[in-house]
Design a protein around this ligand. Sequence first.
Ligand SMILES: Cc1cc2nc3c(=O)[nH]c(=O)nc-3n(C[C@H](O)[C@H](O)[C@H](O)COP(=O)(O)OP(=O)(O)OC[C@H]3O[C@@H](n4cnc5c(N)ncnc54)[C@H](O)[C@@H]3O)c2cc1C
Length: 482
Amino acid sequence: MMALIPKKIPLQSSTLPSLLLINHKFIHCGQRPPRKSLIAMAHDEPNKACKVAVIGAGAAGLVAARELNREGHQIVLFEQTDHVAGTWVYDQETDPLELDTAHTAVHSSMYLSLRTNLPREVMGFMDYPFKVVEGRDCRRFPGHKEVALYLQDFAAEFGLLRFIRFKTQVEYVGRDPKNENQWIVRSNAQKRDVVEEVYDAVVVCNGHYTQPRVAEIPGIDKWPGKQIHSHNYRVPDPFQGQVVIVIGNAASGEDISKDVSSVAKAVHLSARSSTSEFNMREQHAGPGNISLHPMIEYACEDGAVRFQDGCSIIADTIIHCTGYSYHFPFLETEGIVSVNDNCVEPLYQHVFPPVLAPSLSFVGLPWKAIPFPLCELQSRWIAKTLSRKAHLPSEHDMIEAVRNFYVQNEAAGQPKYYIHDIGHCQFEYDDWLADQCGCAHVEDWRRNIYVANGKNKVSRPLTYRDEWEDHYWLEIALKDMS
Ligand SMILES: Cc1cc2nc3c(=O)[nH]c(=O)nc-3n(C[C@H](O)[C@H](O)[C@H](O)COP(=O)(O)OP(=O)(O)OC[C@H]3O[C@@H](n4cnc5c(N)ncnc54)[C@H](O)[C@@H]3O)c2cc1C
């Protein structure tokens, strides 16, 4: 890890950005004022506004913009599509090479039938509850369209649209050679006009459910069937009458198995853990053509696929529901930040690379957590750190903290892959963030409903979205939300 951390770099900041290049022409906006370190300025000017580039207008970018705006920072929110809400906007387009892990052009991995796997009151932001809107999808676990509408409402409510440059993709972020404590952000509007600007800070909110990770299967190169990744799964129709293998029993694997089983001849769900929540008893009460298997051992030229339990089947299609990789194709940090075994490192509290803090930050990286409130608290911490109302430890102490965290993780026998899995401590993490910002902790009802939903999902894997028993906490939540 130390190899990734170069020698100490003093932190500095300037006032406003200087526009450098428009349509490949440099435009100078005069001399920048003399600079001073951000941390030193904290003492001189406690309410200093920064010019901040936010990349992505999904849930993370929107709430980051809201928090930065509340703190008085100047924001430009870059969004490559023509809409807000990111992954929640269903796109029937898929990437042409359906298993390609290198050239994803379509951002969203949403499938048509998706309903949330968290109840709406748990999912929503803390100070903008995900309430039922009459005439829309009122279900407690609504479909993806309702979540997209909720995020659109959020953007409108907080006046965020004025900060967004739609159809503008960030293609490069790197430190300014003239002042390495600022960032050059190069973006292209409508894939045409290239603009290069200088910012005091960059907040990366580009999402991490786009870049497929696929399972390695011995013999797969010669296997004659079709393979796709869940990133490119939309509807079950193409699998009519087929024998389909679904790899992975996390949320997408379970949903897609059920979806496909409505038209397929048979679905074989291959899971790493034999203790799948999606247990056999419930499956037989459901579609009846899904069977559970351990991992795939190998695939053969004759179309057969053999599982580790010795069972072998001839299959038409394999759907890889095997997760996604963090991917920052635009980010150039001269090796300071890198992605290794899907761990974005080194990051202090999953947000700040110590050497580049607080001018570079990431929102929404942790998984197995409730994303919206987590993004809200991370964003508040970033916004307050930039305006010097919250204070980071020294760079040395952050590096030590990150190092200790990684050592502990390794000692516990956890591969790096699980660094951002905070399923075992998400509420402690949320509370820690809230404490940095001096704001309220996540509500008790949200924790209790989250736990109850987890249990309900285990006992009712097919029907948990429509049957539940957490009425007590739900009533408290609804009172609080209203
Ligand atoms: C299938 C599926 C089901 C899910 N179900 C749930 C659920 O039930 N409940 C729940 O709480 N969460 C769920 N999630 C998690 C979901 O990803 C988060 O809730 C949340 O929406 C993540 O928001 P984000 O802003 O981090 O990323 P995204 O929503 O992916 O937004 C990122 C944005 O950045 C933009 N962008 C990317 N690169 C660039 C660039 N270079 N320049 C400009 N713009 C760029 C993208 O266009 C996009 O708009 C699910 C995710 C998936 C994929």
